[in-house]
Design a protein around this ligand. Structure first.
Ligand code: FE
Length: 347
């Protein structure tokens, strides 16, 4: 089934379900691609009696769908896994700004959108992940790759593996680099990355990590949770992969490691607004925040949530410096970055 057809039929199911029990239903469009999230959805239903219908698609697919559906959209809650996409959707008016004392209390101001004209908040960050560098321990040391800038060093010629430049995780990283270095230096850096590639970009972040373990790549870029997932896997082959590689949280001596935000919002044309707010408040609760950390190896966005994830602890050694940038700045750089990628031939 094609994506759009499956979305369409799910949307039909959703409106049917919605008509049946207007008050006990919640329609979610989600770009979170993690089976471990299922527990959160079922816990919410158990606690509230609210049935969840979910459409899963990637960030771009969800935004396109919302635009096409307009006021007829059945979506109540939108979950996206990239800050720049959250920003884009806000700018495009796809979110309904809400007021929630619980959410405002839990989520720090730098991890949610600026207040809108009516004082509401368009979206809330719910978890974060770090964009880290992994390297072949036999060939390189930590200091060889302790900054994103060093990925363009000539010593990595023929050795860099990275997923598509146009993937939201990379667009956000490159958008942040543009803020730090300026467009000219960023484009030169991107050109350096292309010159160092071991292969044309393919696969997801886990494939890049495995490429380092197999020896095809000397160095690669990945989100932290993919690495933690391998470290905690019950499959010995996955754990063997992580034993062959080193991990660096880059730019500890400068602006800090790039963080990506996953978050949620109420849809502009939500029909079950109260349930939608209730669900976002639940996702910011200590129980759900703990699940983001222990189930999907992300860092909680909410303040003061304690969690115990051995992989995250082992990876970071406890703490690290993370980048602090206005998400709007990263978002606004996206078009500029895509043009740079086209010019330097970063597929
Ligand atoms: Fe992902």
């Amino acid at each position: 089934m094609t994506l759009s057809r499956s979305l369409l039929s799910l949307a039909c199911l959703m409106s049917a379900a919605s008509a049946m029990s207007q008050d006990k239903v919640l329609n979610i469009y989600s770009a979170r691609h993690y089976p471990t999230d299922e527990v959160m959805y079922s816990d919410f239903t158990k606690a509230t009696g609210i049935q969840i219908n979910r459409v899963d698609a990637d960030d771009a697919g969800i935004l396109a769908r919302l635009k096409a559906e307009g006021a007829a959209s059945p979506a109540d809650v939108i979950l996206l896994v990239d800050a720049a996409r959250l920003w884009r959707a806000e700018v495009d008016g796809l979110f309904l700004p809400i007021k929630s004392a619980k959410l405002e209390e839990a989520i720090p101001a730098n991890l949610r959108s600026k207040p809108s004209d009516n004082g509401g908040t368009a979206w809330f960050g719910l978890s974060t992940r770090a964009r880290v560098i992994v390297y072949n321990k036999l060939k390189y040391n930590k200091t060889d790759v302790d900054s994103y800038e060093k990925l363009a060093d000539a010593k990595f010629k023929g050795g860099l593996c990275i997923r598509s430049g146009s993937h939201p995780y990379n667009l956000s990283l490159f958008g942040a680099m543009t803020e730090h270095l300026g467009p000219q230096k960023t484009e030169a850096w991107l050109k350096g990355l292309v010159g160092n590639m071991a292969r044309s970009p393919k696969g997801g972040d886990t494939d890049q990590i495995k490429g380092v373990a197999s020896g095809e790549c000397g160095v690669a870029v990945s989100n932290s949770y993919y690495l933690a997932r391998l470290m905690r896997s019950t499959n010995p082959a996955d754990r063997a992969v992580t034993e062959k590689i080193g991990v660096v949280f880059p730019n500890q001596n400068s602006w800090g490691t790039h963080m990506n935000v996953a978050g949620g919002a109420v849809a502009r044309h939500a029909k079950n607004t109260d349930n939608a707010v209730k669900f976002l408040e639940y996702l910011a609760s200590p129980a759900a925040q703990n699940h983001f950390a222990n189930g999907n190896n992300e860092w909680p966005a909410a303040k003061g949530v304690s969690f115990d994830n051995p992989a995250l602890k082992a990876m970071t050694g406890g703490s690290f410096k993370s980048e602090v940038l206005p998400i709007s700045a990263v978002g606004m750089n996206q078009i500029k970055v895509q043009q740079m990628l086209d010019r330097v031939g970063f597929k």
